[in-house]
Design a protein around this ligand. Structure first.
Ligand code: SF4
Length: 94
């Protein structure tokens, strides 16, 4: 059985990104004060990154797993909702 990399597996998914309504919104004022930023290591899609010393996030590519919502230690830092109907990830296997 052929092994695939994480990037190859994520590349099989199909996303319909809702450009008019982000389903996850972060509060950068709170996030930039957070020392540990567990979202940067916990998000399986790697959507939380540090750029020029600030937390950067892009909801396109979100797997809707909810991990960031669970690991975030700061109340009010992440406003998390599922995407509107028809938008978001469509998982493909194989
Ligand atoms: Fe990443 Fe999951 Fe949060 Fe989406 S829901 S941003 S995939 S941790």
């Amino acid at each position: 059985m052929k092994r695939h990399t994480i990037e190859q597996l994520l590349g099989k998914n199909k996303y319909l990104v809702d450009d008019e309504h982000a389903h996850i919104v972060i509060n950068k004022q709170i996030c930039n004060r957070c020392a540990d930023k567990p979202c940067t290591t916990a998000c399986p899609a790697g959507l939380y990154t540090i750029k020029e010393g600030e937390l950067s996030f892009d909801y396109a590519g979100c797997l809707e797993c909810g991990t960031c919502r669970v690991v975030c230690p700061n109340k009010g830092a992440i406003e998390w909702n599922f995407p509107r109907g028809g938008f978001g990830i469509h998982f493909r296997y194989g």
